[in-house]
Design a protein around this ligand. Structure first.
Ligand SMILES: Cc1cc2nc3c(=O)[nH]c(=O)nc-3n(C[C@H](O)[C@H](O)[C@H](O)COP(=O)(O)O)c2cc1C
Length: 158
């Protein structure tokens, strides 16, 4: 397979953009994630692919639970701060205020979020897939449209 052709084709898979958080004791991790999809109606399950060498993946393996925030259109600038290491200080994660709900960090900036509990890990390539049950879903404010990765200058895939 020609790697360039592979990239050109696979980059046409469409994605959203999310910020996933988790906490275990004093430790907190957060990251911008695009490889996420619902994968069951009943029970409601999502699957999320996380870099095996990332801090979020490592902490989520310990905590087993967390929160996915769904970004709204116009929130690309906020997303950018979650593409680097987690900075946890003074009630903020990467500069965004949060509160703890059921022991997990909920960021105030985003229009929708849901709590999840990991049911299973699938380890194949350079990402680990968490198959997770959705345990609570919330809309926080005015209706908007979700941010699509293709409407930003970034890509993740290929
Ligand atoms: C557009 C975009 C999409 C991303 N999607 C994912 C993803 O689906 N899964 C993932 O593990 N990392 C993804 N990343 C990378 C993480 O956001 C980045 O590695 C983050 O800093 C991880 O931090 P950590 O090492 O603390 O886990 C993406 C990055 C960008 C720029």
């Amino acid at each position: 397979m020609d790697p360039r052709q592979r990239k050109d084709v696979l980059r046409n898979i469409t994605y959203g953009l999310y910020v996933t958080t988790t906490a275990q004791g004093e430790a907190v991790a957060a990251a911008g994630v695009s490889w996420l999809s619902q994968c069951s109606f009943e029970p409601p399950l999502v699957m999320m692919a996380l870099r095996k060498d990332g801090a979020l993946c490592a902490l989520l393996r310990r905590s087993g639970r967390g929160v996915v925030h769904i970004l709204g259109e116009g929130q690309a600038a906020v997303a950018k701060s979650f593409f680097g290491p987690t900075k946890h200080e003074a009630g903020t994660i990467n500069g965004q205020p949060y509160k703890l709900e059921e022991g997990q960090p909920v960021l105030g900036a985003f229009p929708w979020y849901f709590h999840f509990e990991v049911r299973e890990w699938v380890d194949r390539g350079d990402h680990s897939i968490a198959v997770a049950a959705v345990t609570g879903a919330h809309a926080t404010g005015e209706a908007t449209n979700p941010l699509a990765l293709r409407d930003t200058s970034w890509s993740y895939g290929g």
